[in-house]
Design a protein around this ligand. Sequence first.
Ligand code: SAM
Length: 386
Amino acid sequence: MWSENREVQDGDLVIVWLTREFIQPLQVTAGKLFNSKFGSYRHDDLIGLPYGSKVASSHGRGFIHVLRPTPELWTMALPHRTQILYLADIAFITSWLNIRSGSNVIEAGTGSGSFSHSTARTIGSSGHLWSYEFHEARALKARQEFAEHGMSNVTLTHRNVCRDGFTIVDAADAVFLDLPAPWEAVQHAKSALRKDQTTRICCFSPCMEQVLRTVNVLNEHGFTEITMYETLMRPHEVSQIPSLKSVRQVGEELKDMAVRREERRLRQIASSAASRAKRKREGTGDESDPGEMQEDVSLKRVKTGEGEDGKTSNTRVGAEIRKHSDDHDVGSVDVGGSNSIVGGSGSGRYLNVSRVFPEVRGHTSYLTFACLIPFPPDAILRNSTE
Ligand code: SAM
């Protein structure tokens, strides 16, 4: 998948990281210009740079990072044609479905291909992904992307899996259904799953009514170990402080850090305002320095306590502080204020500490998992009564 060169080459697909919220794919083409609100960049200037380089814009005001694509970055940057799966869910599904190198996997629908990219990498060249999409334009676009990204272990079929089922029988190790009515595809999934070993299925549904319908149908078709999960993200803020003698001192140090950070923030705001005023006085007419805008995005988040998902987060130093020394939890201390928890690890002269934000990211969907064991339960029952 993708280029394995150390340096960017003409024709490479790269991921351009502008800010945490603004990441996009770019096909590097000699002679072209990449324009963004953070400045202009000549593709020619990117060619030959090592992947991971930070590049200043032509006018030196903004900057970008040029990254080698990975499924994780692709999920963050891809053009959305549908709702997509994000990394927390993808990782959990991959683990629960026991998807690994050499696995044969079915997914429906393909959508924007977010799940497909991660799965294609996990299964490698010895595995295979059969992906199904009934929306023709999406199927064509995804097929083109998979080919461009060198995903030769993926077969994309344009079809309605609820009506017509899958193209393989007794061959899949795992099935993942991200469909509006997954229960309509469960019987087809059963016939596609191999019967010589335990196999697994996951259905991704946003509401509980859909989960209940899926659970009923899974039961009817002899699936077992039916379990539902919801993946929620809880942000941590990680900092490094000099190694301290006592847990209470960690708390004091963290409070000082918060005060110093706030002072730094106010100084940065004052200096940004001063340079904007200076440019205005000098009549450049360009008050919005793109470089500053990139800074301002993070300043705004600190100031308003706004999380990545737009929700308000608690940026105060937390109530309970946990200090870990050499990765052993050695206690906790109340430093007052909120209900955040601070944890840490490290050794030597510095201690890594993290503050856990109390709120969690919003609901995406419920994950309903189930297993299909080689012998149907009714056969086992029959055997045991004979
Ligand atoms: N998991 C995908 C990803 O990570 O990018 C997103 C899937 S999207 C939410 C659901 C897709 O299922 C849509 O593209 C839709 O067209 C497709 N779909 C819905 N019903 C289908 C069916 N019966 N057969 C095949 N595809 C279907």
